[in-house]
Design a protein around this ligand. Structure first.
Ligand code: ASP
Length: 633
């Protein structure tokens, strides 16, 4: 985001510089100057302050020829005039020689800028402060990179010096907005709807299924804690304990190795309620988001649209559709079924065999040959799916390998079925339903990237499309062994009321009471109505998932003591905020994120510990030679 725009957002953002509106009470403006010796922040001074003596604290953003400098703090920038007269030579000496990013105090008089020198792009651009006294509180040594949003720096360097990166307007804006949104969420949940904020343990034990957990050694030989992947079990146990409206800003841990936009530790807004159904949870989340939504991101309409998992897969090839643009998947099986084309007939003869296509509007103008080739190669490598293209030429005829099987009339019919215009490109796939949909869904997004790189705007980052995806299957075949089943959400999810009997006869056909919240093609939340019968929970664990239910004996037992029906959801706070601020990565909304490989590049964690430190944990590390040498060097 360009700096001036950020500065404007900065100045407008309620709770940053302006009044906060509290339900039912007069607006209250936060006092940024309480308890400290500054009189004003660097973003605060306007013409109305002219003539006042002020004391500002901040970092030197830049300094020009000993004449003036720009002072920066979290709220903005103020121009400071360095005095040139003999009586102030000490101040001149200090301010002209201080390196940029030194932290200083300046006391001076607010003055109007000389006519014609006002800076309309700066909220404080009408004034400047004529320094009377100054103090260098701490000087800054040579910087590893310039603290300016427009200066490109490698992410590794930014993470190594995260405390410097945090000084940037963008990160300041992101973290302050995040804090403001969480505050509003707390208000909504606790003050307006009677939720209770409960902290749950981070040292616990392994949960079956789901993500891989981090282990923490204990002093009991061979015994380990696990860091919970979410407070799932605890929040259900709180329901058994009668805390019937729970929430927590919860830290979660998943040891999933290096994944581009995941973090090994992340934050969820975790919620659970008793005596609720799916609609109740959905309305709660819509209200919560509407209440906490930042004013500067426009208004939001509720209820959010809803789509079944089957529809999402058929139309968008994914369970998290980006509905900001069209290019939906079209089923052309019925049209092609009547034609004698070998590969089509082969595909249609499989169980759930299908022929589907997406139409890329104006694709022939924006996609180069190499783009088409790379789209086809990507479908092949990721989904083992062959793709055939059809191009609508300027004379309205079709160019494709398919045309040799079609007469003129059939070509016209195909153009109609696919709703093609001149220069459109269609990508066609034949095969098994899920594979075809997934491949086309992925090509839909890849082609959108290509079109946008060529200058078209398909997915406006300033629009927010929320969507509920519902009616997921309760179980999915395991990727590594499709004859075994795993939970689509987690093992505590209840079956759809109309499918309960199928649980015992054909679990693969059971739909669940699981719902996901999708925003602009990213999953930002997920939850479910839970199983509250111990018997049903035991059946799912032992008979369907073939898990050792002993690990969950505490939960199974708790369900036998009058556990209320309950359900909940968790919102992925990092992802949600990153979409709201249009950040390229979730790392940009986390104060101290881990690298792509899960490392803290600033403090260098994880780190080695000595054999002596490991002894109480009964752990002995047998070092591979190369690592031992690296450690010693
Ligand atoms: N614990 C679940 C998760 O982390 C969310 C939920 O079911 O409430 O995905």
């Amino acid at each position: 985001m360009a700096l001036p725009r950020l500065l404007r957002l900065w100045a407008r953002a309620p709770g940053l510089g302006r009044a906060l509106h509290r339900a039912g009470s007069a607006p209250v403006a936060p006092d940024f100057n309480s308890f400290v010796t500054r009189t004003n922040t660097c973003g605060e001074l306007r013409s109305a302050h002219v003539g006042q003596e002020v004391t500002l604290y901040g970092w030197i953003q830049y300094q020009r020829q000993g004449l003036f400098l720009v002072l920066r703090d979290f709220q903005g920038l103020t121009q400071v005039i360095i005095p040139q007269d003999e009586a102030h030579s000490h101040v001149k000496q200090l301010l002209s020689n201080a390196p940029v990013e030194s932290v200083v105090r300046v006391t001076g008089i607010v003055s109007p800028r000389p006519p014609g020198q006002e800076n309309l792009k700066m909220p404080t651009g009408d004034i400047e402060v004529k320094a009377e006294t100054a103090e260098i509180l701490n000087s800054c040594k040579k910087l590893p990179f310039e603290i300016k949003d427009f200066i490109k720096k490698s992410e590794a360097l930014r993470m190594q010096y995260r405390y410097l990166d945090l000084r940037s307007f963008q990160l300041q804006y992101n973290l302050r907005l995040r804090s403001r949104i969480v505050m509003r969420m707390r208000e909504y949940l606790c003050n307006l709807h009677g939720f209770v904020d409960v902290e749950t343990p981070t040292l616990f034990k392994r949960t079956p299924g789901g993500a891989k957990e981090f282990l923490v050694p204990s002093r009991e030989a061979g015994k380990f804690y696990s860091l919970p992947q979410s407070p799932q079990q605890f929040k259900q146990l709180l329901m058994v304990g009668g805390l019937d409206r729970y929430f927590q800003v919860a830290r979660c841990y998943r040891d999933e190795g290096s994944r581009p936009d995941r973090q090994p530790e992340f934050t969820q807004i975790d919620i659970e309620m008793s005596f609720v159904d799916q609609t109740g949870i959905q309305r709660l989340i819509e209200g919560l988001l509407q209440y906490s939504w930042p004013e500067e991101r426009g208004c939001m309409t509720t209820p959010f649209p809803s789509m079944t998992y089957e529809e999402a897969l058929a139309d968008y090839g994914t369970d998290k559709p980006d509905t900001r643009f069209g290019m939906k998947i079209m089923d052309i099986s019925d049209f092609l079924r009547r034609l004698d084309i070998q590969f089509v007939q082969n595909a249609l003869s499989y169980p759930r065999g299908t022929v589907k296509a997406i139409c890329i509007p104006q694709g022939a103008r924006y996609l180069k040959n190499k783009d088409l080739e790379s789209l086809k190669a990507s479908a092949k490598s990721q989904f083992n799916q062959e793709i055939m293209e059809i191009i609508c030429k300027p004379d309205g005829s079709l160019k494709s390998l398919l045309t040799k099987f079609l007469g003129e009339k059939q070509q016209l019919e195909l153009i109609q079925v696919l709703n093609m215009q001149v220069d459109d490109v269609v990508l066609l796939a034949a095969g098994e339903h899920k594979q075809v949909c997934s491949a086309l869904g992925s090509l839909r997004l890849e082609s959108a990237d290509i079109l946008e790189a060529a200058g078209l705007v398909l997915r406006d980052p300033a629009t927010f499309h929320f969507l509920w995806v519902v009616d997921f299957p309760l179980f999915l075949p395991k990727e590594e062994n499709p004859t075994e089943l795993e939970s689509a959400h987690h093992p505590f999810t209840a079956p759809h009321p109309s499918d309960t009997n199928l649980l015992y006869s054909d679990p693969t056909k059971v739909r669940s009471q699981h719902y996901d919240l999708v925003l602009n093609g990213s999953e930002v939340g997920g939850g479910s109505i839970r199983i509250h019968s111990a018997e049903q929970q035991r059946f799912v664990l032992e008979k369907v998932l073939k898990e050792d239910s002993e690990v969950l004996s505490h939960l199974l037992e708790a369900l036998e003591f009058g556990a209320p029906p309950h359900g909940g959801i968790a919102l992925g706070l990092d992802r949600l905020i990153s979409l709201i601020v249009d950040a390229p990565s979730i790392r940009d909304v986390i104060a101290f994120p881990k690298s792509f490989r899960g490392r803290d590049l600033m403090g260098n964690a994880p780190d080695y510990v000595t054999p002596e430190e490991l002894e109480p944990y009964h752990i002995h590390v047998s070092w591979p030679l190369a690592e031992k040498e690296a450690k010693q060097s």
